[in-house]
Design a protein around this ligand. Structure first.
Ligand SMILES: Cc1ncc(COP(=O)(O)O)c(C=O)c1O
Length: 434
């Protein structure tokens, strides 16, 4: 090429959650039985979509208007419905114009970071759901700027670290919060959210809060939505249907904008995001059309509650299985459906292995971990996959230096779930003692 056609941030775009699937699929072909605990898709893990929900979708499919484009911001009646729900919390007042639909939050995330001025940075958590950290880093053409989530303090944000990062880096324009969090499964108390809002207010920043797991928290934890704590700070909340309904294949999520009028630059930035959606025309119409009918259906609350209760039960099974394993630090999951397990510092090395009976599988794993720069937790994850068929994601692929792995709590069969976590516990011990 006579001109370099590669974007400055191209190297920042990685998504190990799906990369590892390629490896798992190759191993499946070699006869390995695989448990996919790497991806946050409840449907793929056997969640049954209730008949009443399917009936609502079927009725909508019979109506011609659901086949058409919707307005750029999204279906008006649905946006009015959502604005009403947020206003009922009694803290912020928004209307349908403050809501924009996207083709899933993945789409919203790439636009929110993609239309930010290159030199303006958003501080993201470490570890971080990699779609956020990669998109932010790609926009800047630099590795992400991060604040610490502390595994020794329930994975809560380290407020001093946030303040330091903001104070000493004038390029920081905003802070990202994910609550409940992926990949840690943490749920933040209201006071922590208020403290972050206060930092944003003091340093004239905007906030982004990803609330895709908004109603999925348990074990007696209490939290608040951004709308309840934001006061007059400019902010964006992100919500969607992928996890709660759950309908990830619909590719449907939205942003709610708070306090747009408080800062003309924030308002102009949001115009650019809206204009980019306009150039694209609009987002998928069908899931937006059915959203209010589904969440107000008399069986919806109970349906969601049952799932939340199962995650609660399974979070405790997972914690009991792993909490006494030597060499790792685990926190009980209190929200979303992920658990992040950390290896003690310095405990991993390049001579540790797990026994693998199948010669071809063994050969493939050895080849995969051969490169000298293979992260130590990735090495463990490959051995775990080859030896047990359990597929998890290395923690270092979530914008962190902490070695560990993320595992989902989505398996619906309790016996199988217990088997998976006991297998992982035994595998960790065997790997660390090999
Ligand atoms: C925190 C978080 N935000 C956003 C998403 C993506 O949501 P969507 O399916 O709407 O693109 C995920 C998916 O796992 C997530 O964990």
């Amino acid at each position: 090429m006579r001109t370099n056609i590669v974007h400055i941030g191209a190297g920042e775009l990685t998504y190990e959650i799906r990369n590892i699937v390629n490896v798992g699929e190759k191993l499946q072909k070699l006869g390995l039985k695989t448990n996919w605990e790497n991806i946050g898709d409840p449907i793929a893990k056997g969640e049954k979509v209730p008949d009443w929900m399917k009936e609502i979708v079927v009725d909508a499919v019979r109506q011609d208007h659901t086949y058409g484009y919707s307005s750029t911001k999204g279906v008006l009646t649905t946006r009015e419905f959502i604005a009403d729900q947020t206003n009922k919390l009694g803290k912020v007042q928004i209307d349908a114009e403050d809501i924009i639909f996207f083709n899933g939050l993945g789409d919203a995330i790439s636009k929110i970071f993609g239309f930010l001025k290159r030199t303006a940075r958003v501080l993201v958590p470490t570890p971080s759901y990699s779609t956020h950290s990669s998109a932010e880093a790609a926009h800047a053409g630099h590795s992400p700027l991060t604040y610490i989530l502390d595994p020794n303090n329930h994975w809560y944000p380290d407020l001093d670290d946030i303040e330091k990062c903001v104070k000493y880096n004038p390029a920081v324009a905003g802070i990202l919060i994910i609550n409940p969090d992926n990949p840690t499964g943490a749920v933040y108390p209201q006071e922590i959210l208020e403290a972050i809002v206060e930092i944003a207010r003091r340093y004239d920043l905007f906030l982004i809060c990803d609330e895709v797991y908004q109603h999925i928290y348990y074990n007696g934890t209490k939290t608040a939505t951004l709308a309840e704590v934001i006061g007059d700070v400019p902010a964006i909340a992100m919500r969607g249907i992928s996890k709660e309904m759950p309908w990830p294949g619909a590719r449907c999520g939205w942003i709610e904008i708070y306090n747009r009028d408080k800062d003309p630059m924030f308002s102009k930035y949001l115009d650019s995001i809206l204009n980019s959606k306009m150039v694209e025309v609009c987002s998928t119409t069908l899931p937006q059309t059915v959203y209010p009918m589904i969440v107000t259906h008399p069986e919806y609350t109970d349906y969601l509650l049952k799932r939340v209760k199962r995650y609660e039960k399974f979070s405790n099974i997972a914690y009991e299985c792993l909490k006494n394993v030597k060499g790792v630090l685990v926190n009980r999951t209190n929200g979303a459906f992920y658990m992040s397990v950390c290896f003690e510092e310095g405990i991993l090395n390049t001579s540790q292995v797990l026994p693998i009976d199948n010669k071809e599988v063994k050969g493939m794993i050895e080849e995969l971990v051969a490169p000298e720069d293979t992260a130590l937790d990735k090495r463990f994850v490959y051995y775990l996959l080859g030896a047990t068929g359990v597929c998890v994601v290395p923690l270092t692929s979530f914008a962190t230096m902490i070695n560990g792995f993320r595992i989902t709590l989505l398996e619906t069969d309790e016996e199988e779930f217990e088997k998976i976590f006991s297998t992982v516990a035994v595998a960790i011990e065997s790997y660390l003692n090999s």
